[in-house]
Design a protein around this ligand. Structure first.
Ligand code: SF4
Length: 185
């Protein structure tokens, strides 16, 4: 019997639960969790970082997650905030959020979408973030993140004169190298 090893299978495919962990892709502030929880998160992030750093798809994965798709989750050594930071510095934005599966597979109900949060916000404008979170069955931090993203998008739309050309892979990698996340051991 011959066992065929697929050398292109990315590490995230073997531990999807790590890449789907909201604490990893949208980390809390240090003061929001206990020292023990922070330590656990640090270990988890370092593990995911090492796996992405050694992944044969790392460069393509990072480029696509920054330039082509606004995906959810911890991807290519970056959090969602990291990728937004790179886009800002490169002067690019992604107009159409996607629900296409990418990187780590989404399981179960998956993260709540940006559209779902904005639809709920419009339907219940007086709700608190906590109430919206209850309606959508997600965390308050998820609601806050999407509302913050909508505010940022609105500000960027107001000042962006036209869509710039796509950045090179080297430009994205240069921005990535400047992130604190890129230095996680
Ligand atoms: S998230 Fe991207 S870089 Fe990280 S293991 Fe998966 S495919 Fe590779």
């Amino acid at each position: 019997m011959t066992i065929v090893v697929d050398t292109t299978t990315p590490p995230c495919a073997f531990v999807p639960e790590v890449y789907q962990d909201e604490l990893l892709h949208s980390p809390p502030a240090r003061t929001d969790i206990t020292a023990a929880e922070w330590e656990k998160l640090t270990v988890k992030r370092a593990t995911a970082h090492r796996q992405c750093a050694g992944c044969p798809l790392m460069v393509e994965c990072l480029y696509r997650a920054v330039v082509e798709m606004d995906v959810s989750g911890y991807v290519a050594c970056t959090t969602e905030s990291d990728r937004l930071s790179i886009r800002r510095r490169l002067g690019i934005e992604i107009h159409e959020p996607t629900t296409v599966a990418y990187g780590a597979a989404r399981v179960g109900g998956g993260p709540v979408s940006h559209e779902a949060v904005m639809t709920a916000r419009q339907a219940y404008p007086k709700d608190t973030c906590h109430q919206l979170a209850d309606r959508l069955g997600c965390s308050t931090s998820t609601i806050k993140r999407h509302l913050r993203r909508a505010r940022e998008q609105k500000r960027e739309d107001a000042v962006a004169p036209s869509a710039p050309s796509l950045p090179s892979v080297d430009a994205v990698l240069d921005m990535f190298d400047e992130l604190e996340s890129s230095k996680v051991a």
